[in-house]
Design a protein around this ligand. Structure first.
Ligand SMILES: C[S@@+](CC[C@H](N)C(=O)[O-])C[C@H]1O[C@@H](n2cnc3c(N)ncnc32)[C@H](O)[C@@H]1O
Length: 493
């Protein structure tokens, strides 16, 4: 019988690590989770009712307490503020690092030292003194270790979230999966753990699209089962990337026709009438619009890729429209993976226009149009959603443009270009705001952010948690899929 791995989840937040354990397929028991944040703890309890959650500072943990738990694995994402690129980088001098340093102090003193450790943090941690102390403590305890810098984009997830990861193992390492001790940061994971993400997304999307009061549509289940066999055989050939998106679309109900008809209730259609009265530029934009409406079949993608860009204001393919400071804030790796990711639409909620009203950008936020990262359902990238999403516009997360009316988009693009050129939108009045208003911009819902972070469909929030609180804790959390791949790698025998 496979042993059950006893896990201690530190800085547990809303339980991203716990979800990754579920996703990894290993046998585990979370012996205890620890966090000080009451909102995050409320959400954790709501989702993991049976787990022992300690609402206390980690700096209060003792050797005896940890030894008594007889843990095999520690999963943790310590506070990242002391290491962020845009922060003060106070590192070991930041009070928020204190609890982590305390832990590093305890580790070599443990009688029952865990066999596995996984640490997640922001880019910047890799060059910190705290990281050096972590390595020293682990080496003292005879761990093999490997550090990674990974983004969900390289796993096909259309969300940028470049993060530092470290996995450490005290058991003898299988030489066939030699992941440890290369002493260099790795930017990819071995193909042996390349995940079958497309199948997972397919299942999750299926639940989102087809889950009715009576349960999941049985026809979809049988279709999914046949797709599962297909994707399994694809992944055995280490080639799951080859599952075409049209197949995925077929299963998720986002086939070309459906998309054109009514799938995206927020996509307003240009029927082509009256095009003769438009300028050349309008016609090109209208052509682009049609391409995007049809959700790009493979053929269309190739025939149009040079001149047809998504009809979206300031999206990644329209970089010239972007504020330079915003461009700098994007992860350097982003462009490398763009195009390999699933379209955003697979991660969006399928809800009525009425439902999305609460996420509509108020007029005061529309004034920040020139610094927004505006995306579109057929796009394959969003920027990282931070805990400031909904409070700050610049670099805090993407915004969805719900209208694709060519004229409206053209006008908004021109407005933005002018404002970027003049480096100012201070004198924007009602006329300008009205142009932006027509784009029908909305925030991502917390469920959609959770989808991009690969939280399972079953993950839920208590009713009394506000949208701002949800955004804050999600922004603090992690990409479940990336961590689950690393847990698999870490525990591979
Ligand atoms: C980067 S977040 C980790 C989020 C978590 N992995 C998740 O999935 O939500 C850091 C967490 O550490 C918690 N924290 C910060 N200082 C702490 C301390 N001294 N003791 C316990 N928890 C702490 C914060 O409340 C926050 O939830």
């Amino acid at each position: 019988m496979t042993e059950i791995i006893r896990v201690l989840e530190l800085y547990s937040g809303i339980g991203g690590m716990h979800c990754a354990l579920q996703d990894s397929g290993i046998k585990y028991e979370v012996v205890a989770a620890i966090d000080v944040n009451t909102t995050a703890n409320k959400i954790y309890r709501h989702n993991f009712k049976g787990t022992y959650l300690i609402e206390n500072g980690i700096e209060k943990l003792t050797v005896t307490q940890i030894d008594r738990m007889k843990i095999d694995m520690i999963l943790m994402s310590p506070p990242c503020q002391p290491f962020t690129r845009v922060g003060k980088k106070l590192d070991i001098d930041d009070l928020r690092t204190k609890s982590f340093l305390h832990l590093l102090d305890l580790l070599p003193q443990l009688t029952h030292c865990p066999s596995y450790i996984l640490v997640e943090n922001v880019k910047g941690f890799e060059e910190s003194q705290t990281r050096d102390l972590l390595i020293k403590a682990l080496q003292k305890c005879q761990f093999h270790l490997q550090e990674y810098m990974l983004t969900p984009l390289q796993f096909g997830i259309p969300n940028s979230r470049l993060r530092y990861y470290m996995i450490a193992n005290r058991l003898p390492v299988n030489p066939n999966y030699s992941w440890s001790n290369t002493e260099q940061l790795c930017y990819s994971v071995p193909s042996v753990v390349q995940p079958n993400l497309r199948y997972k997304i397919l299942c999750d999307t299926e639940k989102r699209c087809y889950h009715t009061d009576k349960g999941v549509n049985p026809d979809m289940i049988s279709m999914l089962n046949s797709k599962k066999e297909e994707t399994n055989s694809l992944s055995q050939n280490s080639d799951c990337e080859n599952m075409s998106e049209s197949k995925l679309d077929e299963c998720t109900g986002c086939s070309k026709n459906k998309c054109e008809e009514e799938d995206w209730m927020f996509v307003s259609h240009n029927d082509g009438e009256g095009e003769s009265s438009k300028t050349n530029e309008d016609q090109v934009l209208a052509k682009r619009l049609k391409t995007k409406h049809s959700c790009d079949t493979e053929e269309e993608k190739h025939s149009n890729e040079d001149d047809l860009k998504p009809l979206c204001c300031m999206c990644d393919n329209e970089n010239r429209l972007m504020d330079e400071s915003q461009l700098l804030r994007q992860d350097d790796e982003t462009e490398v993976y763009h195009g390999k990711c699933l379209q955003l639409q697979h991660f969006l909620e399928k809800q009525s226009a009425e439902y999305f009203k609460k996420y509509k950008l108020p007029d005061k936020d529309l004034k920040r149009f020139i610094v927004m990262d505006v995306v579109f359902p057929c796009i394959r990238k969003t920027i990282c959603f931070t805990k400031r999403y909904g409070h700050y516009m610049e670099g805090a997360g993407s915004i969805i443009q719900m209208s694709t009316e060519a004229e409206d988009v053209t006008r908004a693009c021109q407005l933005k270009m002018e404002a970027v050129e003049k480096k100012n939108n201070k004198n924007w009045g009602e006329k300008e705001i009205d142009i932006v208003r027509k784009l029908q911009l909305r925030y991502f819902s917390p469920r959609e952010i959770a989808n991009l972070l690969c939280f399972p469909e079953t993950f839920d929030f208590p009713e009394d948690v506000s949208t701002i609180q949800k955004n804050r804790v999600l922004g603090n959390s992690l990409n479940v899929h990336v961590v689950s791949v690393l847990i698999r790698l870490l525990t591979m025998k």
